[in-house]
Design a protein around this ligand. Structure first.
Ligand SMILES: [Zn+2]
Length: 223
């Protein structure tokens, strides 16, 4: 089973990716994680990417493609891919790779929430700068407002989580993903999951779909 997962900020895609990994034994490949790792390692490609980011520029598609596809080559099948492809040029490289290796993509799954929900979920986040604990003013509040339950430090809001920044991130997501969603919709593998509601509620929408794909895959494997 090979899956793409994407969604606007606060969609819960990383939470659900973890569940999918556990239940279906897929390997989670996140472009964000891979890019961070390379930068931390200080590899030649990592240093190059860092230079783009420090200038406030996007990392060129050719670099992202090289990085993700080399990771995919090692994994081959049974992956859940997060954060890639994000541009038409990335779709092209990815599709070419899949075609060349006879790999079939089963599902392009978007966990969708509206702008209002995105802002509410993200801008309510508070993190502890000392121990890294994460809270939400409404959904997961600390016992004392603004104070970490674990270490007693004062909680802060990340710059990226401010409502105006979330709105911007959301609109960039929608704009960037539009042609990509169109492409996978035309291929007949795009599914939009309603990401509104609690984790369990959303999971109940995802699980039957993946169970179905899994069953279909194993019946195809029979002689
Ligand atoms: Zn703390």
């Amino acid at each position: 089973m090979n899956i793409l997962i994407f969604g606007p900020p606060g969609s819960g895609k990383s939470t659900h990716s973890k569940r999918i990994v556990e239940r279906y034994g897929l390997t989670y490949i996140s472009s964000g994680d891979i890019i961070r790792e390379e930068i931390e390692k200080g590899s030649p490609i990592g240093r190059e990417m860092e230079a783009y980011l420090s200038r406030g520029e996007l990392i060129p598609d050719t670099i992202v493609n090289t990085l993700i596809i080399s990771k995919l080559r090692r994994q081959r099948e049974n992956f859940i891919l997060d954060g890639y492809p994000r541009t038409p040029a990335q779709v092209l490289a990815f599709e070419e790779y899949l075609y060349d290796h006879g790999i079939k993509l089963d599902l392009a799954m978007e966990i969708f929430i509206d702008l209002e929900t995105s802002v509410e979920r993200i801008s309510g986040r508070r993190i502890c700068p000392k121990c890294g604990a994460v809270y939400h003013v409404k959904h997961n509040p600390p016992k004392r407002p603004g104070v970490c339950d674990i270490c007693g430090s004062k909680l802060v809001q990340r710059e990226d989580d401010r409502p105006d920044v979330v709105e911007k991130r959301y609109s960039i997501y929608v704009r960037n993903m539009e042609p990509i969603i169109k492409f996978y919709r035309n291929k007949g593998i795009y599914v939009r999951i309603d990401g509104d509601g609690g984790v369990e509620e959303v999971w109940k929408r995802i699980q039957p779909l993946l169970d179905y794909l899994k069953a279909r895959e194993s019946s195809q494997g029979l002689p």
